[in-house]
Design a binder for this molecule. Structure first.
Ligand code: MN
Length: 378
């Protein structure tokens, strides 16, 4: 940094702190956070009821939401309040954090833990609520559609309605649905609908499926600390190895948490998958038209939710490309006051930084360009 730049930054910081909202906002890009959670008070009540009456017996759901519902901690209270607010408190937090726009998605497990009829109805009603929220604050919010995979044809129809009629920007599915994975062809109508709509499918984490969660539980490793990544990384690998991207080559996924660990594994996944296919080890691991790493480079985008740590961001950015990595915070689960200024300081070119914070999200999710609204150090 030159002396002139240091003086300029000192001056801008001084102006920003003294004049506050009246200071000119000089940041050359807006910041879109692309994996931000919300839920309705109705859903919070349904989760509490299901915990009490045992109607949802998924051990991951009971572990995580039992903790949130039963905790008297400040963290749990703040989280419940923030996640249900779609107006004043959330907008104030976004202003304070330097987030111009949030891409909202119904928090995990969303509607996927209910029976098919309840899940389908809840997907529709929450998508309507989300669309109304976006209409109230069109420069601050965009939204992803919830669907209930437990009724696959209904889920495909709801994806079409939510994108075409409500203007939602893609579809989110929270990994396993009651222990089942989307590589089962009974779910592929959902992929067909999403591919035809030309919108992305966000595979957001869920707690590990009932089949795999047991060793995570005694040490509280089942959720965001590690279990989410094991569950969700496994899910996406299952989709790739099952040939989903041979069948739907234009399907684009989005993965949070810098790809749930998968980018670190590319070399070994390719090496071992080739060997598994050559040895004809399993009827479930067929030859693919492309290497798994090609699919992870060509059919997946990566957001930084909860992983805003320069070495990891730069690794995935270098590996997957400047047009495939996007900023996300994971509000309200991981709210870090100086996170965006740390990401402002990434060693990226101005063009790549603008793509990281806004341009890629605008292209991938079809979000209209918009103004820089919040403070934040230039
Ligand atoms: Mn999240």
């Amino acid at each position: 940094m030159t002396i002139d730049e240091k003086i300029l930054i000192f001056f801008l910081n001084a102006v920003g702190s003294n004049v506050g909202m009246n200071a000119p906002i000089t940041r050359p890009y807006r910041r879109i956070a692309t994996e931000e959670g919300w839920m309705t008070p109705e859903m919070a009540a349904m989760y509490r009821t299901a915990l009490q009456d045992g109607s949802i017996d998924d051990p991951g759901f009971r572990s995580l939401w039992g903790f949130f519902a039963g905790s008297t901690s400040e963290r749990a209270a703040t989280l419940y309040r923030r996640i249900q607010d779609l107006d004043d408190e959330r907008l104030r937090d976004m202003d304070a954090l330097g987030i111009d726009m949030q891409l909202l998605m119904l928090t995990a497990p969303g509607v996927q833990c209910f029976d098919a009829a309840t899940g389908t109805a809840l997907a529709r009603s929450t998508n309507d609520t989300l669309a109304a929220t976006v209409r109230r604050h069109p420069t601050r919010f965009a939204g992803m559609a919830a669907v209930a995979p437990q009724a696959p044809q209904e889920a495909a129809k709801e994806a079409e309605r939510a994108v075409r009629e409500l203007g939602l920007r893609g579809v989110v599915i929270n990994s396993h649905t009651q222990g089942e994975y989307l590589d089962d062809p009974k779910y592929w109508d959902i992929f067909a609908a999403v591919e035809a709509l030309g919108v992305p499918l966000y595979i957001h984490p869920n707690t590990p499926s009932p089949q795999m969660i047991e060793p995570f539980l005694p040490r509280a490793l089942d959720a965001a600390i590690f279990g989410f990544a094991c569950e969700t990384g496994l899910h996406v690998l299952r989709l790739i190895v099952a040939g989903v991207f041979d069948r739907f080559p234009r399907l684009q996924l989005v993965l949070g948490h810098l790809g749930e660990g998968l980018p670190y594994w590319l070399y070994r996944i390719d090496f071992m998958h080739a060997g598994i296919v050559r040895a004809n080890r399993s009827p479930g691991a067929k030859p693919l038209q492309r290497k798994p790493s090609d699919v992870l480079r060509q059919n997946v985008h990566y957001t930084t939710s909860g992983m805003c740590w320069e070495p990891a961001v730069m690794y995935v950015h270098g590996l997957m490309g400047a047009d495939r990595v996007m900023y996300a915070m994971d509000y309200p689960y991981q709210v870090v006051a100086d996170e965006v200024t740390a990401m402002d300081a990434l060693p990226l070119s101005p063009a790549d930084k603008a793509a990281f914070f806004a341009g890629n999200a605008q292209r991938v999710f079809g979000i209209a360009p918009g103004p820089v609204l919040t403070e934040g150090k230039p």
